[in-house]
Design a binder for this molecule. Sequence first.
Ligand SMILES: Nc1ncnc2c1ncn2[C@@H]1O[C@H](COP(=O)(O)OP(=O)(O)OP(=O)(O)O)[C@@H](O)[C@H]1O
Ligand SMILES: [Mg+2]
Length: 235
Amino acid sequence: MTKIEAHPLIEARGITRTLPGEIEAVLVHDIDLAIQPGEFVAITGPSGSGKSSLMYLLGLLDTPTRGDIVIDGHSTATLDEDRKAQLRLETLGFVFQFHFLLAEFSALDNVMLPMRALGKLSEEAMRARAMSLLTRLGLAEHSHKRPDQMSGGQRQRVAIARALANDPKVILADEPTGNLDTHSTEQVFDIIRELVGEGGRSVVIVTHDPNLARRASRRLHVVDGALAPVPDANS
Ligand SMILES: Nc1ncnc2c1ncn2[C@@H]1O[C@H](COP(=O)(O)OP(=O)(O)OP(=O)(O)O)[C@@H](O)[C@H]1O
Ligand SMILES: [Mg+2]
């Protein structure tokens, strides 16, 4: 029997992302990091420091100019877009500051979308799974509603259910509580924290709030597109 070594779920190897222009903009500069199974990592940093840019790269929604991103042991530097999309659908779930739910779809249909894209379950099984995710998030009674018929906190919980649709190994959440009131922030943060460790799942969360960041198991700080020492408490 071959021993299976645990490997990081996401590994960034010297990733840099520049935008061409008269003056080349450097969004992310030479970042190395590894997200291990079961980790809860908070990313902090000033506005415009490159946190979202880094999340897009880690989530294969953007491509580094230099370096490689290894997802669950798969190097992505030479993968074509179809293979990357497949890896993304199977391995990663996203929650953004703005929910990005489809306005004309019900909560249930929104949650089923990533399952449809992956195409592994029957219609019936997709529907049942979406319903059970919405139930878990306390939204069983709202499954038929469209996003504009729900509160901000409810919409963000639908977005979390959608992120969980294909049982991802990693959830990437970019300021998921950025638009919520204090009560909904606590609720959504607690839900996200509960997802950590299920089947080895990792969560990476960008937050402006040092109080939330402190509750993660590890914190990364980004300044000017690069990793920097984490500032002292309260900053
Ligand atoms: N498509 C783009 N074209 C030009 N500049 C961009 C683009 N995307 C991001 N930037 C710039 O890159 C830098 C990093 O942006 P990014 O959105 O990653 O920061 P952030 O840390 O997520 O900020 P915030 O905390 O405000 O969300 C900023 O200076 C931004 O203006
Ligand atoms: Mg951002």
